[in-house]
Design a protein around this ligand. Structure first.
Ligand SMILES: Cc1cc2nc3c(=O)[nH]c(=O)nc-3n(C[C@H](O)[C@H](O)[C@H](O)COP(=O)(O)OP(=O)(O)OC[C@H]3O[C@@H](n4cnc5c(N)ncnc54)[C@H](O)[C@@H]3O)c2cc1C
Length: 256
């Protein structure tokens, strides 16, 4: 099924029963699931997400689009609760419902500046998709608790990105928070994109504002519908409430 989202973007979204092509363990509690979704794969933009069904659960779960192939979409997810645990148990040939692509993407065309990506945790998923689409290749700052949680570093390097890593336990790269590493290296001609844990993004936004740079952050909130109907993901931005699912998840840092 296909229907219009909003007149602003004229984008289309689809609600399909998608066949699982693969669902593989990546490392620790991280998995990558690939589903057959040709129309979505063609229209997916970096920063957008899908609402993915989980067997025996009423609510779908939001997952960022990690990669889009010719006929497939891929999601990188971490087991954090019941839904993602059940998702990890699904096998190739099983079907899940996928609604998407949803939400506002990162602006990435004709940006003119050198892009800096700051990612933590599963935030690497949407940042990876963005890195594959940006024409100018810049720098990725990537933070994790320990080196075992660092994902797809070689893929970023293959795409032509310079990668700086920070681990809290010092097992790889800079010892400490990725935000401190970024602060040391950021330049006046950078544009910044971030996705990751809220405390990390708050610090990134602070730095970007101090340096008067332009930046975009992808926010995360619990959401039930993903299309602005339930209003469960409302956040106060300035004096207004915005829906993370529909007005975001990507917001300009000027607003935050
Ligand atoms: C835009 C966006 C993109 C994301 N991208 C990724 C990604 O790429 N990879 C990744 O690993 N994670 C991502 N997440 C987080 C991911 O959605 C959660 O980790 C996942 O939903 C957890 O589900 P769970 O059942 O395993 O965990 P739990 O914490 O056990 O479940 C969350 C519970 O909250 C319930 N819930 C959700 N929304 C509501 C609501 N509005 N009201 C009431 N209950 C609710 C769910 O039904 C579920 O029961 C993203 C989140 C957002 C908002």
């Amino acid at each position: 099924m296909c229907f219009d989202v909003n007149s602003k973007s004229l984008a289309k979204r689809y609600d399909i029963s998608a066949r699982i092509k693969s669902n593989k363990h990546v490392c620790l509690s991280f998995y990558e699931i690939i589903v057959e979704a040709p129309e979505m794969a063609r229209s997916a933009q970096p920063g957008q997400f899908c609402m993915v069904s989980v067997p025996n659960s009423y609510l779908r779960r939001p997952l960022s689009i990690y990669k889009s192939g010719k006929n497939t979409l891929s999601f990188l997810y971490k087991i954090v609760g019941k839904g993602t645990e059940v998702l990890a148990s699904l096998r190739p040939g099983d079907y899940i419902k996928v609604l998407g692509p949803l939400g506002a993407s990162y602006p990435y065309k004709d940006i003119g500046a050198i892009p800096v990506l700051v990612a933590g945790g599963t935030g690497i998923a949407s940042v990876h998709f963005l890195a594959s689409k940006l024409k100018n290749k810049g720098v990725l700052f990537y933070g994790a608790k320990t080196k075992k949680e660092l994902l797809c570093l070689s893929e970023f390097k293959k795409l032509g990105w310079k990668v700086f890593v920070a681990t809290e336990d010092g097992s790889q790269g800079f010892k400490g928070f990725v935000t401190d590493l970024m602060k040391e290296k950021i330049k006046k001609d950078n544009i910044v994109y971030t996705c990751g844990p809220t405390p990390m993004m708050k610090k990134v936004i602070e730095t970007v504002k101090d340096l008067k740079l332009k930046g975009y952050a992808s926010l995360e909130e619990k959401m039930a519908c993903g299309i602005g109907n339930c209003q469960g993901c409302a956040v106060k931005i300035g004096d207004e409430y915005k829906m993370v699912c529909k007005d975001g998840p990507v917001f300009s840092m000027d607003l935050l």
